[in-house]
Design a binder for this molecule. Structure first.
Ligand SMILES: [Fe+2]
Length: 169
């Protein structure tokens, strides 16, 4: 995505961005909802005043995002913040912090179930679908603890593994 942006290959950027954003979006959801906890909950409290206020900010960002795009929670230098980008754009190529959470606000994400009620989709999604354990992992990685989301997932680095296979071929 960064290379496509650098070289101005918009077609490649759009498709790579949409692949990455969707992969991240799937990981942001779970059927077994649990609220945020620990350091992430404390950071949400500090930045927004609480989960209800983060919901207001996130839903508001998504509702007011004109046309197609994605609503994000990112961990920046000044703490957590809500933002949005158009089409296939992504925080990965901006100096805007580490992505923690995303929701698809392209019409295809909600129209079949919610028609034009983007707000209703975002509110229910926020209350019931978010995988906060995954978000906590991204927040920890942003603070130097553990590995953040990568897509495609890196290949397993096993002893005598991929690096040596060329010699065996
Ligand atoms: Fe989508």
């Amino acid at each position: 995505m960064r290379e496509a942006r650098r070289t101005g290959d918009q077609k490649l950027f759009n498709n790579a961005g949409q692949a990455w954003n969707h992969a991240f979006f799937w990981a942001c959801m779970t059927p077994d909802y649990q609220p945020p906890s620990g350091e992430l909950a404390a950071a949400i409290e500090q930045a927004f005043g609480g989960l209800a206020q983060l919901k207001d900010a996130f839903v508001n960002e998504g509702v007011n995002h004109f046309a197609s795009g994605w609503a994000w929670l990112v961990a920046g230098a000044d703490g957590l913040k809500v933002t949005s980008y158009h089409d296939g754009d992504t925080p990965i190529v901006h100096e805007d912090g580490t992505p923690l959470l995303v929701c698809d606000v392209w019409e295809h994400a909600y129209y079949l179930d919610y028609k034009n009620d983007r707000k209703g989709f975002l509110e229910r999604w926020f209350d019931q679908a978010i995988n906060w354990a995954f978000v906590e992992q991204q927040f920890a990685a942003a603070n130097g603890q553990g590995q953040g989301f990568r897509y495609p997932a890196p290949e397993q680095d096993t002893a005598g593994g991929a690096a040596d296979l060329g010699g065996l071929a």
